[in-house]
Ligand binder design. Structure first.
Ligand code: ADP
Ligand code: ZN
Length: 198
């Protein structure tokens, strides 16, 4: 081929002067290690001496008002906020920003994460991808479409020991959001999961 004839852009690659941010999503059922994985990534960022900020919705006061706490009891200090807009207000000078229990935030969380990533922040979001009826749990599906990196975590099915991607509610309550842990929920695989009655 005549190389001369090709419309080649041979200008040298210039490394960007802006700081590139991005969005990482960690999603799966309850007990699948989303919070542990979020904490692991944030701790490594702290070791790298990056400024880290961690947020969670006010609704999730399962264990602690001011920490994100996993079911295995690892934890990090966090700020409880009542809206996604408050995350933007309080993001300050964070290089890395973690958000836990993201399914409890309003739809605007997607724009907040985009805005932060555009500013150069590494945004790590953890949350349930499905509710207890297996219905996609917004705003996580939207965030998956927007994210650069996606990690799906699996729990262990308490019935058969297979990898579990579903959250089964033990109690009879039918509201979408009923906060609880192993007192109310079980991780179950596709075959052991039973859909609740309408
Ligand atoms: P998530 O944020 O996804 O709800 P966590 O990070 O809070 O999960 O907790 C994960 C931990 O939960 C595991 O390391 C394990 O100690 C515990 N755990 C309890 N039940 C299960 C289960 N059925 N499958 C896997 N881990 C479980
Ligand atoms: Zn099973």
């Amino acid at each position: 081929m005549n190389r001369e004839a090709r419309p080649v852009d041979d200008s040298p690659v210039t490394h960007p002067t802006h700081k590139t941010g991005w969005i990482e999503v960690i999603c799966g059922p309850m007990f699948s290690g989303k919070t542990e994985e979020l904490i692991r990534r944030l701790r490594r960022a702290q070791i790298a001496r990056l400024r880290v900020a961690i947020f969670k919705p006010k609704i999730d006061n399962r264990f602690s008002e001011d920490r994100v706490v996993s079911h295995s009891d690892v934890s990090l200090p966090s700020v409880a906020v009542s809206s996604s807009a408050e995350i933007l207000e309080r993001a300050s000078v964070a290089h890395v920003l973690g958000i836990d229990e993201a399914q409890f935030f309003d739809a605007d969380l997607v724009n907040v994460c985009k805005e932060l990533a555009n500013r150069g922040v590494r945004v790590i979001v953890a949350g349930l991808d499905q509710d207890y009826r297996t219905v996609p749990f917004e705003p996580i599906p939207h965030l998956l479409a927007e994210a650069e990196y996606i990690t799906k975590t699996l729990a262990i099915c308490v019935r058969c020991g297979a990898p579990a991607n579903r959250t089964y509610r033990l109690s009879e309550e039918s509201e979408r959001v009923v906060v609880g842990a192993s007192d109310r929920y079980e991780a179950r695989c596709r075959s052991c999961y039973i859909k609740p009655k309408e």
